[in-house]
Each structure stands twice: as structure tokens, then as C-alpha cells.
Design a protein around this ligand. Structure first.
Ligand code: SF4
Length: 367
């Protein structure tokens, strides 16, 4: 039986593992990216490759060591390098002597045949179409439950009275959702999770800032790649709202684009009417939408050398000025350190707080 692995993006591996096992596969769960993952990636990926490509290179090498022989991943469309990732990874792994099989899912909305063919290749137990749909629906529901718990943790963390309560409870409830198997169990685990998170003691008098997080999908979704920026901000008294969750992204790329996504495009169009690949246009559109909703600031997370986010970064100073919202950009790569990032975040939050309290001290800026 093939041993299957896939890219790790936050907690989503729990739902993918369940789905692949339901289809009769043996799964090698990708470990959380660590220094070793990055060292391996840097050693074998081209120097100027995007940061996510390097981390995934390291992840694949680690999972191959653990016995994986098949990688399930996504392709991509649009004018950036995302569409070449799978091919490049495959070639590097082959050159290193690893006879690995790649199963590449292109956006089903544009490539329905590719989707069905790949799904059938993964259906080792020969589950009926109805059974496959049921398994996908359960995995999807699990993803939704995890996204909801994470969203609530972003609301609770800046308000918690005892530092660390939210992170502790969040870890615990993820385990509950992970253990749930049937549809009913997942719904039950989700409501228990929401209740546990909602019961964390809060300081209702605390002045909370709201910051929107925009940027490239991988560094948004994998906390190890962004040095847990959301947790750091939460501990600084900031409620974060991330512009992208896996369920939202998957929905847009599977059956239809959400109205929200169309609004993001419309919002971005006066500044960036063209598709520049990746999520560059979304970064502009979401910044404007957050500004209209009265957010205090924006953080853009961009992999070093990511062209779409570099394009967005050059436009954001104008957006910042026109919409009176402060924007801070982090270009992330193997050189980025947590201490340096925390210092910049503290200064940014200080600036936003002064503006909120005194209406000055935080002129529109980008950094
Ligand atoms: S979106 Fe950016 S990081 Fe992702 S593949 Fe494209 S250029 Fe690389």
C-alpha cells in the first residue's frame, strides 16, 4: 500500500489524514516545520526559491525519511511560481534519488477531470461515489470546526486574564475535534470547543486593538512559517482577523468564488485591476475592506522573493494613505528571527494604541 503525505498547513493535517485513511491509504503525517525542516529545504532548494517552496522541500524530505512514497499536493494557476512547485519538488527529489510519486490537484473549478482522476487514484478501498462524497463532507466539516475554534481563539487571547489560557484551551479542544469521527461527533466536539474557549476568563475593560492579517497563503496558514505572529499579537492585546482560512480558500477554488472574494477583487481594482498571481490582489483588497470596517492596522505577511506580495507591497503605501490605516509588512525567510519580529510588532502596536487613545501618533504608514 502506498504511504501518502502532503504539505502541512496549520492544523488542517488532521482532516486530510482522516479523509485519506477513509479512502484506504496509509498516511505519513508531515511534522510541524522545525529548524531541521528549514535546513533541509535550504540545502536542496534553489537559493532564490520562495520561502514556502524551501519549507515544503524540507517537509517532503522528512516525510520520505518516515517512509512516505507518494505526495499529494496542489498545483496552481496564474502568473506566479506556485504552478511549478510540484514539478520542481519532484525533479529535486528525483535528482536526490527518491523515487516518489506526486499527485497534483489543480483547482477543480478549472480542471474537473484532473480532480476526479486524482480522487480515484487515492480511492484505494474502492469506496462508492456516495461514500467518497460522505468522507469529503466529514473532512470538510472537521476543517470548518477547526477554523471556527481558531477564529474564536483570536478573539479570546487578547482579552484573557491569565496569560496562556487561550493557547492551552485551544490545544485541548483541537484534540477533541481531532478525535471526533462521525458528522454528529464533529458537531458535538465543535460546540464543546466553542463553549470551552468562550468560558476563558476575560478582562472586559481592556482596550483591544483590531488588526487584519493579509498576505500569501502558506505563510498565513502555517504558524511555524510566520513565527506564530498571531499568538504574539494576541499576547500584546490585539485581536487579529486573518483574511484567509483553508475552508474559505478551498471553497473559492473548488466550486465557486464567494461573494466576499468578489468584493475583495472589486475593492482592489482601483489600485490593482490585474491578477498578479498568488494573493497579491487579495492583500490590497482585504486591506481596504479592513480599513472600511474600522480596523486599527494591517500586517502583511510575504515570503521573501514572492513577486505578488512585492507588487502588493509597492501599492500598499498609497492604500494606507488613502484609507488612513497603518500597514506593517514582514518579508519572511530563513533569516527572520522571532525576537526581531516581536520588537517590530511591539512598536507597531504601541503606535496603533496611541492613535486609538489620543487620535494621533500613528500617521498612515507602511513599514
Ligand atoms: S505566491 Fe509567492 S511564495 Fe507563493 S509561489 Fe507565488 S511567488 Fe512563490
Amino acid at each position: 500500500m502506498p504511504k501518502i503525505t502532503f504539505p502541512r498547513m496549520g492544523e488542517s493535517y488532521r482532516a486530510f489524514k482522516m479523509l485519506l485513511e477513509d479512502l484506504g491509504n496509509e498516511v505519513v503525517v508531515p511534522p510541524r516545520p522545525s529548524k531541521r525542516t528549514l535546513d533541509l529545504g535550504i540545502r536542496y532548494a534553489p537559493e532564490f526559491a520562495c520561502f514556502p517552496l524551501k519549507i515544503l522541500m524540507g517537509t517532503y524530505l522528512e516525510t520520505i525519511e518516515m517512509g512516505a512514497d507518494t505526495i499529494v499536493t496542489t498545483g496552481g494557476v496564474g502568473p506566479c511560481r506556485a504552478g511549478e512547485y510540484a514539478m520542481l519538488h519532484h525533479k529535486i527529489l528525483k535528482d536526490l534519488g527518491h523515487d516518489i510519486k506526486m499527485i497534483v490537484f489543480e483547482p477543480p473549478r478549472l480542471h474537473p477531470v484532473n480532480f476526479i482522476k486524482n480522487l480515484w487514484a487515492l480511492n484505494k478501498s474502492g469506496v462508492s461515489i456516495r461514500g467518497v462524497v460522505a468522507h469529503i463532507r466529514r473532512a470538510w466539516r472537521k476543517l470548518q470546526a477547526m477554523d471556527k475554534a481558531e477564529q474564536l481563539s483570536h478573539v479570546m487571547r487578547p482579552r484573557e486574564i491569565n496569560r496562556g489560557d487561550t493557547t492551552r484551551v485551544y490545544r485541548k479542544v483541537l484534540g477533541w475535534i481531532d478525535q471526533a469521527y462521525s458528522f454528529e461527533q464533529i458537531i458535538e466536539a465543535e460546540s464543546a470547543a466553542m463553549e470551552a474557549l468562550g468560558s476563558i476568563s476575560q478582562d472586559s475593560k481592556r482596550i483591544i486593538l483590531k488588526v487584519g492579517i493579509v498576505g500569501e497563503i502558506y505563510v498565513l496558514l502555517e504558524p511555524a512559517s510566520n513565527l506564530e505572529v498571531e499568538e504574539t499579537l494576541g499576547n500584546l492585546g490585539v485581536e487579529v482577523e486573518r483574511s484567509m482560512f483553508l475552508t474559505g480558500w478551498a471553497k473559492d477554488n473548488t466550486w465557486s468564488e464567494t461573494t466576499e472574494r468578489l468584493t475583495v477583487k472589486e475593492a482592489a481594482s482601483p489600485y490593482l485591476p490585474e491578477l498578479v498571481g498568488g494573493h497579491g490582489r487579495d492583500s490590497i483588497g482585504n486591506t481596504i475592506l479592513y480599513a472600511k470596517r474600522g480596523f486599527d492596522g494591517i500586517i502583511q505577511l510575504a515570503p521573501f522573493t514572492c513577486i505578488p506580495e512585492i507588487v502588493a507591497r509597492t501599492i500598499l503605501p498609497r492604500v494606507s494613505k488613502d484609507h488612513d490605516i497603518a500597514v506593517l509588512t514582514f518579508f519572511l525567510d530563513e533569516q527572520t528571527g522571532k525576537a526581531g519580529m516581536t520588537t517590530r510588532l511591539e512598536a507597531f502596536v504601541d503606535l496603533l494604541r496611541r492613535k486609538k487613545l489620543f487620535g494621533r501618533g500613528a500617521e498612515p504608514l507602511t513599514g
